[in-house]
Design a protein around this ligand. Structure first.
Ligand code: ADP
Length: 584
């Protein structure tokens, strides 16, 4: 029936489908909310194209609602003529959105012109009889003219396929992160467009074939839009697209509020309206509180991360400074060692009488100078060792050596220092011969010398005894019988004195770097607390033990070094050392 025929039929009656409001109003709100949210947060080309989609689709939804509710044929003729145009713009803006999202740049001019030319006929013929010409007064429906409608759907199909090809081609080239983004954005968009396209097309065809009396099938297709928005929300939360910071909780709370709020679109009775309203208010309140506390936590986490980064930087700087300090100490110590050794040599020559006879008074003074010089040499050696330990250059040369001979030699050398303080210095080695075993002679010499030097230093009356003895670990065999296994035997070097002693609880602590006994600086001001630390490091490298014992303050102390007779140095050391032994 031609419109001209029914110009006097001003209205018709139609029953509204159940899903009408529910499929239009909440969907429209979600679509506008997302469009404007993204647009205001990041005003990029992608967000502008998303806003265009939101606005076009919302207008489409609004017009569709009017088309359903209105019964005035004149209004209907007008709004129906707009559908095709909006449909065409919607597909064009979806294509534009996907292109800019994937490529990160604007469409080129030629493609824009092609898009424009493709949708131009739809716009040009929108207000002509080639678009809407028929009004069916019995169903209250206007069907677009065949060619116009076919062209619209053809355009929709072409745009859809174009988008699919665009996604597939760019997916292949993308990195892992971008692949995820392309997949989610494309699937979301395709679900929306496909459901919209198919339901719109089918609804129209069913009407033409007389299988349906209205377009209500279309309403199911509209829910594709919130699905697309959900995909976008996920992309924002997970991939931070549009550079928007959206917490998962925020997105979820908004989704819950929308779902509850959308119930108003189909609730028919007032009690339910009130109850849903109260639920909505409560959920909004709780949601707001939840988001605020999550944001607080998030801020604290960020502050903590910031602090960790700063701390890391400070630590690196400190390490750099520490390295510089170690280098400085190492260089300074090297420079000090040479003149000190020269001084020692000259003092020995003086004491030997190489430069002529010296008086007893002068000898006394020179002997004091000699001892002070010796102590300085030891301090410089300790400092050098510390810098070697810190820079990982503390290396060892393990060889089979005679422990009794080495200790006897050290004691002989220290006799002079003891005599100077009127202290005795005894050496009591075990009678049994101890076969040679692996240790670094120079390093162990430093340890024992340090212990004897300390013993002399911290003793005013009496003297120092040095013991070398063998100790065996009693091992019980499977039958519980005692088995004195020589493989488990140790050699102990014990340096005991009758000096100031060590306060209870300090025996461990004095082996730490720069640590001295609590009141020791009153007795002896010169120490720095490095000797025992270095000794501990040397002994650890021998897989041996060192510890201190004392019966208390003023009651002397014992320092015990316990070496393993079956100590096997690390493989590479043995080879190196084997070569050296062979050379000898
Ligand atoms: P330093 O002797 O330069 O202070 P050490 O590392 O050799 O450094 O010794 C650390 C501390 O251990 C000493 O300051 C002292 O308190 C204590 N100590 C070491 N040897 C003895 C000893 N024979 N008698 C009493 N205390 C000792």
């Amino acid at each position: 029936m031609y419109y001209d025929f029914i110009k006097n039929v001003q209205s018709c009656y139609i029953e509204l489908p159940a899903l009408l409001y529910y499929s239009h109003i909440p969907v429209m709100l979600i679509c506008l909310l997302m469009g404007f949210f993204v647009f205001f947060k990041s005003q990029t080309l992608v967000s502008k194209s998303l806003l265009t989609i939101s606005l076009t689709f919302s207008i489409w939804l609004g017009i569709d609602l009017i088309a359903w509710i209105s019964t005035n044929s004149l209004y209907l003729m007008f709004v129906w003529s707009l559908f095709g145009m909006l449909y065409a713009i919607l597909f064009a803006s979806c294509f534009y959105f996907l292109y800019v999202f994937i490529k990160g740049k604007d469409l080129n001019f030629i493609t824009k012109i092609i898009l424009f030319i493709l949708i131009l006929p739809i716009i040009l013929f929108a207000s002509t009889k080639f678009n809407v010409n028929n009004f069916n007064a019995s169903t209250c429906v206007i069907l677009p003219e065949k060619y116009y409608s076919d062209y619209i759907h053809l355009w929709g199909g072409v745009a859809f396929l174009w988008m699919v090809v665009l996604s597939i081609l760019n997916y292949r080239k993308a990195d892992r992160n971008k692949k995820g983004q392309i997949t989610l954005a494309s699937i979301g968009l395709f679900l929306f467009l496909f459901s919209f396209f198919v339901t719109d097309y089918l609804a129209e065809k069913l009407m033409i074939w007389g299988l349906a009396t209205n377009f209500s099938l279309e309403h199911y297709g509209l829910f594709g839009m919130p699905v697309f928005m959900a995909f976008l929300a996920y992309l924002i939360v997970q991939y931070n697209i549009f550079n928007i910071k959206l917490l998962r909780a925020q997105a979820l709370i908004v989704a819950i509020i929308i779902l509850i709020g959308s119930q108003f679109a189909f609730i028919q009775n007032n009690v339910n309206r009130v109850l849903t309203g109260i639920t909505l208010l409560l959920v909004s309140g709780i949601g707001w509180w939840l988001i605020r506390s999550i944001k607080d936590d998030d801020r604290r986490k960020e502050e903590l991360q910031d602090m960790t980064v700063k701390l890391g930087e400070a630590y690196d700087k400190l390490k750099q400074l520490d390295r510089a300090k170690s280098e400085f100490v190492s260089i300074a110590s090297h420079q000090l060692r040479t003149p000190l050794t020269a001084i020692k040599g000259f003092i020995c020559l003086l004491l030997d009488g190489t430069y002529g006879a010296i008086s007893t008074k002068t000898r006394d003074v020179i002997e004091k100078v000699y001892l002070s010089n010796e102590r300085l040499i030891r301090l410089v050696e300790d400092l050098l060792n510390i810098s070697r330990i810190e820079s990982g250059r503390f290396t060892f040369r393990f060889e089979k050596n005679d422990i009794k001979e080495m200790v006897s030699d050290i004691v002989e050398n220290m006799k002079f220092a003891a005599k100077n303080k009127h202290l005795y210095l005894d050496y009591k080695p075990t009678e049994n011969p101890i076969p040679g075993f692996y240790f670094d002679k120079d390093k162990l010499r430093e340890v024992i010398s340090n212990l004897i030097d300390n013993a002399i230093k911290y003793t005013k009356k009496g003297g120092v005894s040095v013991l070398v003895k063998e100790v065996s670990e009693i091992v019980l065999d499977a039958q519980g019988r005692k088995n004195q296994n020589s493989a488990n035997s140790f050699v102990q070097v014990i340096v005991s004195d009758t000096g100031v002693g060590i306060e209870k609880g300090e025996e461990q602590y004095i082996f730490e770097k720069f640590q001295r006994g609590k009141d020791i600086s009153r007795v002896h001001t010169e120490g720095v607390g490095l000797g025992l630390y270095v000794a501990m490091k040397i002994i650890e490298a021998h897989e041996a033990k060192i510890w201190a014992e004392s019966d208390g303050l003023g009651r002397g102390s014992r320092f015990i070094v316990q070496l393993k007779r079956n100590f096997q140095p690390p493989a590479e050391m043995t080879d190196q050392q084997k070569k050296m032994t062979l050379k000898k």
